[in-house]
Write a protein that binds this ligand. Structure first.
Ligand code: PMP
Ligand code: GLN
Length: 385
């Protein structure tokens, strides 16, 4: 009897759009505004600290939960920026990027058949990780402009709901959930007595408004697992140092899953990220301000080309409605873009279960040097011509 090679829980996930589009950019010599990684380095102190750690011989397995200086730096970071208290010994776990923290959390917390409520568009690893955990996603629609209806959230919650997986600031929309919106999520989670896992990897890349961790809302610390990562904050996406923080029982559960996924990772980089988290506010704000300039450059350039742009309040990404450029389907647009213009972007429909809903939207990354963004905009002029 024919049996597919790939297990059913991984069927349909194939290769991530980011790998596919980066390979296409490479193959066609295109400017890559697809996968979200900076083409510039973060703070020199962080880079130097990694080199020093390597030279200091910190190159063997770090402890399972993460090196002490990093766990302490994460706890201090939560207090310094948000006034939240977590115990670095029992309530913090270092992971191989936020990706592992998310997957390990779902594996650790969900029984097969449990439901996980997520906003859609949904970062691509969520649906795969939910499936690997044997859980079932329930989607709450979020418009490209970041609007959503609390009634949809209430409707998505049911007897099998185990947790809400919330991404703020949100990829791909660039939305920052407001304190009022977070209060709605908190109220719904409390009323249904479900857990919340938050993905806050863009916490320091907020241009308009400010980032509020859900765990800081009254009564939420006890049911929320907060996930973040150094990749975006320090422009070191290749280091894959992430973490989660929250109640000891939740963090302990995640640790159980995590120790059999990677056990540990990135020893010397963990020390470097500890250094980074201890840098003065200025360093964080400078990175953010530079990125805001990159956003403004890309957004105004796209608007000049006639595109309808959803201006992101945060993150690395701006979304356009490709219909404004005469392209009804974003996937078709992204397939033709490298050849016609020498630019790569991401068709946002990959972030939707119902591809039709996301069909017109295209995501451009702006975490690139000004001259690269200018070159991309210049090339994009060929789209209409
Ligand atoms: N969550 C979101 C929303 C992301 O955009 C990304 C991409 N960097 C990740 C998680 C993954 O983070 P990491 O590279 O730390 O695994
Ligand atoms: N988070 C990055 C993005 O959204 C990509 C990370 C990855 O390649 N998995 O573009």
């Amino acid at each position: 009897m024919f049996r597919p090679v790939v297990a059913s829980r991984l069927r349909g996930f194939g290769t991530t759009i980011f790998a596919e589009m980066s390979a296409l950019a490479e193959a066609t010599g295109s400017v890559n505004l697809g996968q979200g990684f900076p083409d510039y380095d973060g703070p020199q102190e962080v880079l130097d600290a990694a080199v020093t750690a390597i030279h200091d011989g910190l190159n063997q397995y770090p402890p399972g939960p993460g090196v002490t200086p990093l766990r302490e730096a994460i706890a201090t970071h939560q207090r310094r920026w948000y006034g939240m208290e977590v115990d670095p010994d029992t309530e913090v776990l270092v992971t191989a990027g936020a990706t592992e923290a998310i997957t390990a959390a779902l594996l650790a917390l969900c029984e097969p058949g449990d439901e996980v409520v997520v906003f859609e568009p949904t970062y691509d690893s969520y649906t795969a990780a939910i499936s690997m955990a044997g859980a079932v996603p329930r989607f709450v629609p979020l418009s490209p402009a970041g609007d959503w209806d609390p009634a949809d959230l209430t409707r998505a919650i049911g007897a099998r709901t185990r947790l809400i997986l919330l991404n703020t600031p949100h990829n791909p929309t660039g939305k920052v959930f407001s304190p009022e919106e977070l209060a709605v999520v908190a109220e719904v989670a409390s009323a249904a007595d479900v857990l919340v896992v938050t993905d806050e990897v863009y916490e320091h890349l907020v241009f308009d408004g400010s980032h509020v961790p859900l765990a800081g809302l009254p009564g939420m610390a006890e049911r929320t697992l907060t996930i973040s990562s150094a990749g975006k904050t320090f422009s070191v996406t290749g280091w894959k140092i992430g973490w989660c923080a929250g109640p000891a029982a939740l963090v302990g559960a995640v640790r159980t899953a995590k120790q059999f996924l990677t056990y540990v990772s990135g020893g010397p980089f963990q020390y470097a990220v500890a250094t980074g988290l201890g840098l003065p506010d200025d360093t964080f704000l400078r990175q953010r301000d530079e990125l805001r300039q990159r956003r403004d450059l890309l957004v105004s350039g796209l608007e000049e080309l006639g595109a309808k742009v959803f201006v992101p309040a945060a993150t690395y990404f701006a979304t356009i409605d490709a219909r404004s450029l005469g392209a009804p389907d974003g996937l078709e647009f992204c397939r033709r873009l490298p050849e016609r213009c020498g630019v790569v972007a991401i068709p946002s429909q990959v972030f939707y279960q119902d591809r039709l809903v996301g069909a017109p939207y295209v995501r451009f990354a702006f975490c690139k040097r000004a001259e690269v963004l200018a070159e991309a905009l210049d090339r994009l002029q060929k789209w209409g011509g």
